[in-house]
Ligand binder design. Structure first.
Ligand code: CP
Ligand code: NVA
Length: 315
């Protein structure tokens, strides 16, 4: 049987996402009711978490989530493993994947993650690369479906046809939003400063109708169901910090942008956030912001993902 990896959003199909959103809701409900849900307890399963960049949410959500599922975790960083001492990635993949059941990696180039996956005996999950952040968009769409459920009760119906405004950098988050829009049938209104545009080829989409580009971020927000943004400088690009501060000055999500979106529009941010840069305090701490539920949902959505990659469909 071939191994199922989650390296990009498009590694799963719409039907699988429909299952995952429903499963995440079930797993979340168990957690809230303090009921045990431990499919990884017997036989016990181990997740290796490999971080080459910093993290708070990704680490806590995967680590806590794995323990709650009855499994255990091994945590590695570049600094405390041979990964930082030039051991070939292929060799690392062969060794690590003989001892654990699942691997999550946060690294720089997507190609490095893909190389690891190609030599792994077990499923590999993208915990963020320079190019993509699929676990975050999986979570954001689950959160959208919770806040704005469809009359049918089906999460995919809640997402289909929606307008998501992306304000800011054409980065790993933006690329993943485009893949999700193409897959699940919604539209992304993208506004970035010039020089920081999304690239559909890099984003890996073939249908250019799933997104529209706007010069003015307020116009991108017009009529949106969800307004979302991210840091001006992603990890790995710190040397560009000062240049980006100037370039992105007009791409701060403020109350005027939120006012141009739908009246009941939500605001999301993957976090960490910088108040006064990509978003004002009034917006991120305001009534339309769902960032804390969004952060918590990382754990519930990823528990559903890990369960699916290892055990297939349950329930
Ligand atoms: N959103 C997110 O991935 O957060 P961390 O960088 O803290 O993991
Ligand atoms: N685009 C950001 C996301 C952080 C979760 C980064 O890559 O640093």
């Amino acid at each position: 049987m071939s191994i199922k990896h989650y390296l990009q959003f498009k590694d799963l199909n719409a039907e699988e996402y429909g299952y995952l959103f429903q499963r995440a809701a079930f797993i979340k409900q168990k957690f809230k009711a303090f009921e045990k849900h431990q499919p990884f307890a017997d036989p016990d399963r181990t997740l290796a978490l490999i971080f080459e960049k910093a993290s708070t949410r990704t680490r806590v959500s995967f680590e806590a989530g794995m323990y709650q599922l009855g499994g255990s975790v091994v945590h590695l960083t570049t600094g405390d493993s041979q990964l930082g001492r030039s051991e070939p990635i292929e060799d690392s993949a062969k060794v690590i994947s003989r001892m654990v059941d699942l691997v999550m990696i946060r690294t720089y180039e997507q190609s490095k993650l893909e190389k690891f996956a190609a030599h792994s005996r077990v499923p590999v999950i993208n915990g963020l690369t320079n190019e993509f952040h699929p676990c975050q968009i999986l979570t954001d769409l689950f959160t959208l479906s919770e806040y704005r459920p469809a009359a049918s009760g089906k999460p995919l119906d809640a997402i289909k046809g929606k307008v998501v405004a992306w304000v800011g950098d054409g980065n790993n988050m933006a690329n993943t939003w485009l893949q999700a829009a193409e897959m699940l049938g919604f539209t992304v209104h993208v506004s970035t400063p010039s020089g920081y545009e999304v690239d559909p080829v890099l984003a890996g989409i073939s249908n250019r109708d799933c997104y529209k580009v706007f010069k003015d971020p307020k116009e991108a927000c017009a009529g949106a169901d969800l307004v979302t943004t991210d840091v001006w400088t992603s990890m790995g690009y710190e040397a560009e910090n000062e240049v980006r501060r100037t370039a992105f000055a007009q791409w701060c999500v403020d109350e005027a942008m939120m006012a141009s979106a739908k009246k009941d529009a939500l605001f999301m941010h993957c976090l960490p956030a910088h108040r006064g840069e990509e978003v004002t305090a009034e917006v991120i701490d305001g009534p339309q912001s769902v960032v804390w539920d969004e952060a918590e949902n990382r754990m519930h959505a990823q528990k559903a993902l890990m369960e699916y990659l290892l055990l297939g469909r349950l329930g």
